[in-house]
Design a binder for this molecule. Sequence first.
Ligand SMILES: O=C(O)[C@H](O)[C@@H](O)[C@H](O)[C@H](O)COP(=O)(O)O
Length: 307
Amino acid sequence: MLIVELLNLLSRMAHSGVHKDRGELRIHENLDELGTDLAEYIAELSEASVKERGVFTIAISGGSLIGLMGRLCEAPYNKTVDWAKWYIFWADERVVAKTHADSNYKLAKDGLLSKTDNPEQIFDNHLPLPPQPIVFLSNVNSPSPVGEFEGNHYQMPIVSAEEAADDYEFHVRQLVKTRTINVSDISDCPKFDLILLGMGPDGHVASLFPNHPVLDEKDEWVTFITDSPKSPPERITFTLPVINSASNVAVVVTGESKAEAVHLATDDVGADCLSLPARLVRPIRGKLVWFLDKLAASKLDGSRFSE
Ligand SMILES: O=C(O)[C@H](O)[C@@H](O)[C@H](O)[C@H](O)COP(=O)(O)O
């Protein structure tokens, strides 16, 4: 068994590389291997953070990433991961009710978190805010005191994307104040233990889209957009300073449709590609890892792996 694991590890390493600015690339034969490696990576970081600080602060995105994290709900991770110590945040969220099909919260709840052995440990919606393990858009996603009853029907407060972003940033700031979320050594930014991102074929990450003015946001931790080229149009998102202050950032990308964007985001390319959102992910003091399948890695410059 040990020998098989060692051989697997060696074969994985043979397909991996490190680029000095662009992070570590882990290229996997198939989604199954990628899922196992990703679960192993998350479980290790979770264990180290819980040991060091008693909690694990993780921010996740939507999209196919959630399905690729599925191995975490299986043995041995379902038993070894200390889910009760997780504080889960959203790297981005769509401004819709938490029951809406477009909600990243719903996606993560149905597709991942409710499948853990003790979902109530991490998914107790009755816990008051704050603190609670899952920080969601409280105004958008849960009835709050500013909502109203219309007959016997609770009318959720209608909030704008801007209000949702402010509300979310407020909650993140509270948790930074109490140091549940670590703080960056070089700015006042939160320092999440891990931020997990997907990437679109256009190179967007979280809800930071190419050529969008929010790429230049330096002051806010959470910002909003109302013109997302990917539906739905209204979203809130961590800004680049927050993403780049994390201790660890992983970008998980699969499929041929993203191969060109992976190349532009990680290889030595011309100046016109330097502002691709995924390329702007560059943790200042943290570690960046790309989890790719063979198809997503198919347009990478081969020279990278000669080391
Ligand atoms: O809310 C979103 O749209 C996501 O957070 C987004 O950033 C996603 O991660 C990428 O679009 C990749 O999505 P896929 O992996 O599904 O292509």
